[in-house]
Design a protein around this ligand. Structure first.
Ligand SMILES: Nc1ncnc2c1ncn2[C@@H]1O[C@H](COP(=O)(O)OP(=O)(O)OP(=O)(O)O)[C@@H](O)[C@H]1O
Ligand SMILES: [Mg+2]
Length: 399
């Protein structure tokens, strides 16, 4: 059974080999979290639900929020669940935390079936998007709260709070109230409040969602380095593909309650399995049907990443290992370091091309609108994608 959180008092410090369980918890498995055929239907599972916020469906059709999800998260891994709004990320996270009971399937934490175990008996902590700090309590008291509840002696409590605040670089802020902090600092307090419990698994639901872009990018790097430092398994929910690609060891792409693809950031970006993944993680740039046949000489659906396409003069020639397509620049979007060109192909599709502005000024880039061009790319960058009806893809089945 998941032991009380207090029992994990092993010294912190770099988890030099987070994949090796003997260095950390001595468990028999290096799988931290395992989901087996997990399904969640709202409005139809009165028999077995633990729902804090169920809204009576009023006779409406049940909602399948999560549909037969199989998943293994390794010990010490930074794992992300990426997907659009409503794709089932939060529901999956809440089932791992124990706030929702699956309609079907099993959840294992470090090899133990916790499907029916309440949240407070699971060795996990959750950081919510809205932080949920107590506004009337100081930073120190906010961070200490979980330890007070579990009656950790005062001296040890103080040490652990100091430790946790140092980890998130907020030493010296103990006596402030949340209202006296910036958004990024509040976010770090929320993180410290979870880390202080030393959970084996930390669940984070869009924790950076409320921050502006610059702060979010800083916190992404910081979160990742904290995770590497403490060696705790992080399961991170986001709808931001850039964030997931930046931070994760591996990620699962959710769509309509299912996992469409699971793999490393490079796997998922360089070998998207389905049209959905190609479009959600990156720019879709799809060639299908007759257009694919006309340009590539093949039938099927293909995607080409915008940065792999070279924008040239109509007279440019393609090499043996390359494909070329004539078109016209419809739109130019200047982005500072790069420019994005939207090109209407003569054969009938539209492709986005990004080029670094190595020597190009914004004026030169924008002046290209309306020009006839020849797009050239290497054949190896034509990625075949399925239409996604075949269900979830096997992990690391690609490339
Ligand atoms: N308590 C509930 N009662 C009924 N339906 C719910 C409940 N919670 C979630 N749903 C539905 O389940 C589906 C998945 O919701 P979920 O919150 O898991 O999505 P999400 O991927 O986290 O989306 P977002 O990015 O918007 O947070 C949605 O269709 C949602 O409306
Ligand atoms: Mg959500």
């Amino acid at each position: 059974m998941a032991t009380s959180l207090d029992s994990h008092d092993q010294p912190k410090g770099p988890a030099s080999n987070p994949g090796n369980p003997s260095l950390r918890h001595g468990g028999p498995t290096d799988i931290a979290v395992r989901l087996e055929g997990v399904r969640k239907v709202f409005g139809d599972d009165a028999a077995g639900r633990r729902v804090a916020r169920l809204i009576d469906s009023g006779g409406a059709a049940p909602i399948v929020a999560v549909d037969s999800v199989d998943l293994e998260v390794r010990d010490g891994e930074f794992f992300s669940m990426l997907g659009p709004s409503g794709s089932g990320k939060t529901t999956t996270l809440r089932m791992i935390a124990g706030f929702e009971l699956p309609t079907a399937g099993r959840i294992l934490l470090h090899g133990e079936d916790v499907t029916a175990v309440p949240p407070y008996d699971r060795d996990v902590n959750t950081v919510f998007q809205d932080y949920a700090l107590f506004p009337h309590m100081t930073v120190g008291d906010n961070v200490a709260y979980g330890l007070v509840v579990r009656k950790v002696p005062k001296g040890e409590r103080q040490d652990r709070v100091t430790d946790a605040l140092r980890m998130v670089r907020l030493e010296g802020y103990e006596d402030r109230k949340p209202g006296q902090l910036s958004g990024g600092q509040r976010q770090r307090v929320a993180l410290a409040r979870a880390l202080v419990n030393r959970p084996r698994v930390l669940l984070l639901d869009e924790p950076l969602g409320a921050l502006d872009l610059k702060l979010r990018e800083e916190m992404q790097i910081e979160l990742k380095s904290i995770q590497q430092q403490v060696g705790i398994t992080f399961i991170y929910v986001t709808h931001d593909q850039q964030e997931a690609l930046t931070m994760s060891d591996r990620l699962a792409v959710f769509n309509q309650g299912r996992i469409e693809q699971l793999g490393s950031p490079a796997d998922v970006y360089e070998h998207p399995a389905t049209r959905f993944v190609a479009g959600f993680v990156g720019t879709s740039n799809l060639l299908t049907g007759d257009v694919a046949h006309a340009i590539l000489g093949r039938r099927g659906s293909f995607t080409i990443r915008p940065e792999k396409i070279h924008l040239g003069e109509p007279s440019d020639q393609a090499g043996d290992d390359e494909t070329a397509a004539l078109g016209r620049i419809r739109d130019v979007v200047y982005l500072g370091p790069d420019t994005r060109y939207i090109v209407e192909l003569d054969a009938g599709a539209r492709l986005v091309v990004t080029q670094q502005n190595l020597a190009t000024t914004s004026g030169e880039a924008l002046a290209q609108q309306g020009n006839a061009v020849r797009l050239v790319w290497k054949r190896q960058h034509e990625l075949a994608v399925s239409d996604g009806e075949s269900g979830p893809m096997e992990e690391e089945g690609q490339g």
